[in-house]
Design a protein around this ligand. Structure first.
Ligand code: KG4
Ligand code: ZN
Length: 337
């Protein structure tokens, strides 16, 4: 059974074809074509929803054709059409879901409406044999969640952000540093040559129980520092800020582990910020300290992509969930639990 996945919830137009039952993990993804819109949005310092939707509309058909060519399959060999139906930017979601539904109806194939966050959450199992239950830290541009992943469709949220998502905070501080969007990878690059100990940022949420996060204090401290230290080497600010953000996430992850009800054996990092090498190495340290295994998707599957949507559809089908009705609506605020 081959699954065609479509992802258009933000600024990446992505189409994938996966063969989920292929025993070889490396062969499961037959194609994962992503057309980034960074060149459109970077001059505005962030994603402009209307431009994103228009670009999805003009790119989607080409991406489907390219994915079919790369996978070497015809549309008749596709068993299921899966699409991100939320959460995300409403214009892009509508473009993707209308396209997917039309394809499913024309081909008379089943259709699956997938939650974008569930896609990020389960991606790691597309690449590695990670057993349930596990602790997940999802850190992307729009979301931050600690969750105990019990099984497919059963997610216990342990903590979330009270304000910005981690990626959003990195993007905003990057902009203040004069770096281009998306800021996370650019801060990481600049930080390579900086001193992470040079500046101390206030440690957030010290007096709070639980594992919620808040990045607004760190962001304000960074803004004040940047505005009052024009002459300072920006790489030191980037390195110190990156160190503070990632150390804070790991401090809360330690608490999240203790909040799990079940006997977890692994911790998993997902979402765009999971591509950050410092965060990955800190999580690796935390996991070994707690006697757990650490997993994160390969870098190209951390940020938004359609293979994760196709894989989440497979996991749901495999777990006995029904296909979605063709009338399933998009939901820009689709919460997981
Ligand atoms: O998951 P994603 O591609 O899109 C959303 O669903 O939001 O995440 C994008 C976010 C952006 O904020 C970007 O700056 C951040 O992930 N990001 C990174 C890195 N690569 C992407 N943050 C830190 N280090 C990176 N290497
Ligand atoms: Zn995402």
């Amino acid at each position: 059974m081959k699954i065609l996945g479509i992802e258009t919830s933000c600024d990446d137009t992505s189409v994938a074809i996966i063969d989920p039952l292929d025993k070889s993990l490396s062969h499961r993804i037959r194609a994962n074509i992503t057309q980034s819109q960074i060149f459109v949005h970077k001059k505005y310092g962030g994603v402009v929803p209307e431009y994103a939707a228009r670009n999805h509309m003009s790119s989607l058909e080409d991406c489907v054709i390219e994915a079919l060519e790369q996978a070497g399959v015809g549309l008749d060999e596709i068993g299921v059409i899966a699409v991100t139906a939320g959460p995300g930017l409403v214009g892009g979601l509508l473009v993707g879901t209308v396209f997917a539904k039309t394809l499913a109806m024309a081909l008379n194939k089943p259709f699956m409406a997938i939650n974008h966050l569930e896609g990020h959450m389960l991606t790691v199992r597309l690449c590695y044999d990670v057993p349930f239950p596990f602790l997940l830290c999802l850190a992307s541009g729009g979301h931050f969640i600690f969750a105990e992943i019990v099984e497919v469709g059963k997610y216990r949220i342990l903590g979330e952000t009270l304000d910005d998502a981690a990626g959003e905070c990195l993007d905003k501080v990057a902009k203040l540093l004069g770096l281009e969007y998306p800021g996370g990878p650019n801060i990481e690059k600049l930080a390579q040559h900086g001193n992470p100990q040079r500046f101390k940022f206030p440690a957030p949420m010290l007096k709070h129980n639980g594992c919620n996060v808040s990045f607004s204090g760190l962001k304000t401290a960074a803004r004040n520092l940047i505005q009052t230290n024009n002459y300072v080497d920006k790489s030191d600010i980037a390195a110190s800020f990156q160190m503070s953000v990632m150390s804070f996430i790991v401090r809360q992850a330690r608490k999240a582990i203790d909040m799990c009800n079940l006997d977890i054996s692994s911790i998993v990092l997902a979402g765009g910020v999971a591509a950050n090498k410092l965060l990955r190495s800190m999580f690796e340290g935390l996991a070994s300290n707690k006697g757990l295994r650490f997993y994160a998707p390969p870098l190209n599957l951390c940020s938004d992509n359609a293979a994760m949507i196709a894989w989440a559809a497979f996991e749901r089908i495999n777990a006995g969930y029904p296909y979605s009705p063709i009338t399933a609506s998009t939901n820009p605020r689709w919460a997981l639990a």
